[in-house]
Design a protein around this ligand. Structure first.
Ligand code: 0PR
Length: 352
């Protein structure tokens, strides 16, 4: 019996989406290649250089360095590792708003650094006063999120950059999800806007590449060199990635998607997704549910637990924020028709 993958027609909470057809095709062609061994697989290795060039363009970084990771988690772990390697203190800490992704908990545990969480303000953004009170000479890394997982919020990145510089810490921006929509907004989020040292920006989320294709960007090559280990028996002499064998499929599909969609295709998608999010937030508000204004294409709203469960039982793949709000991510596969069907079910099943 063949097991079918989850169909996307009721998936509303995932940050995965259907890859663009050109990304799917490229993934298949490069399925058996390993960019971890550039001496043996030079074609995928040069495609990876292209991927980093493109990601640099998207994130406002001329002459970028970095590599295609397995996802945002790996990019975040590596950013913490770079900061720890460069720290001059014996007890390095990472300061992050509580809206940061749980991958930083993994990074902190793995790397033996102390993760200090600071509160967010009433609109779910990093509270600058709280960050200011927390940073000190032990701070190796300050994290800002550009497109938070729960509310799609963008932290004040330039101000966080100033705070990082004031204590000689590095600044990492987690744009794993937001990186492919933020170029079409007014937010200051990228290397051009602030003294950003490292960034997570994932083609396999809003970039419409196949999984696995995350992105780690660093402002200069010497930062990546902090991660390098010697690889004596390979033709290339060192490796900066966390994993050894990597997916050439992810790399090739990221390049194919970015070649096809940057910038016009991504702009159109961003406009469509944002309009859908605003429509949904309006529909929820009109029905008496408290919805957080969607700044990026992600909607959070207060829906009673019983209603949430009924919607899940009806087949909708939805999730909740840490404080229990319904959370819907308007990924490229989420159409207006899907949202209309969802709201119709909500009208039928709702119990508020
Ligand atoms: N940074 C941010 C801001 C994220 O939202 C995520 C993932 C990561 C980093 C980690 O990225 P990777 O999962 O690629 O390592 N956020 C999603 C989440 O936690 C991940 C996800 C994706 C969850 C698809 C469910 C799903 O179906 O919600």
């Amino acid at each position: 019996m063949q097991i079918e993958p989850q169909a996307f027609d009721r998936v509303l909470s995932s940050m995965c989406t259907e890859p663009h057809p050109v990304a799917r095709e490229a993934a298949e062609r490069f399925l058996a290649t390993n960019p971890g061994d550039p001496g043996t697989y030079p074609a995928i290795s040069s495609l990876e250089d292209e991927a980093i060039e493109r990601l640099g363009e998207i994130a406002g970084l001329a002459d970028p360095a970095g590599y295609v990771t397995s996802g945002g988690t790996e990019a975040n772990i590596q950013a913490v590792r770079i900061a720890r390697e460069r720290a001059e203190t014996a007890t390095p800490t990472v300061v992050m708003p509580e809206s940061g992704h749980f991958s930083f908990q993994k990074a902190a545990t793995l790397l033996g650094v102390d993760l200090q969480l600071v509160p967010t303000d009433d609109d779910h953004r990093a509270d600058l006063d709280a960050v200011r009170a927390c940073v000190d000479d032990d701070t190796a890394l300050l994290v800002g999120v550009a497109g938070t997982t729960e509310y799609g919020r963008v932290d004040p990145i330039p101000e966080l950059g100033d705070l990082a510089r004031s204590v000689d810490a590095m600044l990492h921006v987690d744009a794993a999800w937001g990186g492919f929509v933020l170029p079409f907004t007014d937010h200051d989020w990228n290397f051009d806007h602030a003294p950003v040292d490292t960034m997570a920006i994932d083609p396999h989320k809003m970039g419409q590449a196949a999984v696995p294709a995350g992105g780690l960007l660093v402002r200069k090559q010497s930062l990546l060199d902090e991660l390098a280990v010697d690889t004596p028996y390979l033709e290339s002499t060192s490796q900066a990635t966390l994993t050894g064998t990597r997916s050439g499929a992810g790399v090739a599909s990221a390049v194919a998607a970015m070649d096809e969609l940057w910038p016009a295709g991504y702009r159109e998608q961003c406009t469509r997704s944002q309009a859908n999010a605003e429509w949904l937030a309006g529909a929820l508000t009109a029905r008496g549910y408290d919805a957080v204004t969607p700044e990026l294409p992600l909607v959070a709203a207060d829906v009673p637990a019983a209603t949430f469960e009924a919607l899940r039982d009806a087949g909708w793949r939805i999730s909740r924020t840490g404080t229990g709000e319904l959370r819907i991510v308007c990924m490229p596969h989420v159409t207006r028709e899907m949202l209309e069907a969802f709201v119709a079910d909500l009208d039928e099943l709702g119990s508020h």
